[in-house]
Design a protein around this ligand. Structure first.
Ligand code: HEM
Length: 148
């Protein structure tokens, strides 16, 4: 009798745990991307691809030639992606309009950079949904970044 009750209670507890835990689809984009460590790996790969991309690497000569500046740039990108995907970080860099003012960035430049980001996301096998959601969060920044 006691045994049966204990078993019933255990089953009930398990049902409650399963019913109240958030289903996978309710996890934040940040968690689904794999958290800060995974975002840092994507940003490293992404910046490497941008530096090797002859269509747009002229913009990044100053950052690429100074390790401290490059590290700070990467850290800002990580914080920005972390924050935009619902993570615990706080982006403390310039707003996108100020950061890219006077650079004369074109729509083609922007698309090339997005292509490099997609390449980095694909390399780490980020899922189609996550990729689409991240690009969806960054897309609206285009209006502030492209000035040419
Ligand atoms: C969604 C697209 C983009 C995002 C999210 C983004 C994000 C950022 C961030 C967070 C910074 C650092 C701002 C700070 O220092 O406070 C930055 C700087 C910069 N961005 Fe972008 N950016 C984007 C597109 C572009 C494009 C298309 C170009 C040029 C092809 C570009 C070129 C630069 C350059 C040259 C800097 C300064 C780097 C340095 O010398 O420190 N960005 N961007």
């Amino acid at each position: 009798m006691m045994r049966k009750l204990t078993t019933s209670l255990a089953i009930l507890a398990a049902v409650i745990v399963i019913a109240t835990s958030a289903p996978a689809k309710d996890k934040s984009l940040y968690d689904r991307l794999g958290g800060k460590k995974a975002i840092t790996a994507v940003v490293d790969e992404f910046v490497g691809r941008v530096a090797a991309d002859n269509r747009i690497n002229k913009y990044f000569t100053a950052a690429a030639s100074d390790p401290k500046r490059l590290a700070s740039f990467k850290a800002k990108l990580v914080d920005q992606i972390c924050q935009a995907s619902g993570g615990p970080c706080k982006y403390k860099g310039k707003d996108m309009k100020t950061a890219h003012a006077g650079m004369g960035i074109s729509s083609a430049d922007f698309d090339a950079l997005v292509e490099d980001l997609v390449g980095a996301l694909d390399k780490f096998k980020v899922g189609a949904t996550e990729k689409q959601q991240l690009l969806g969060a960054l897309g609206p920044m285009k209006a502030d970044i492209v000035t040419k």
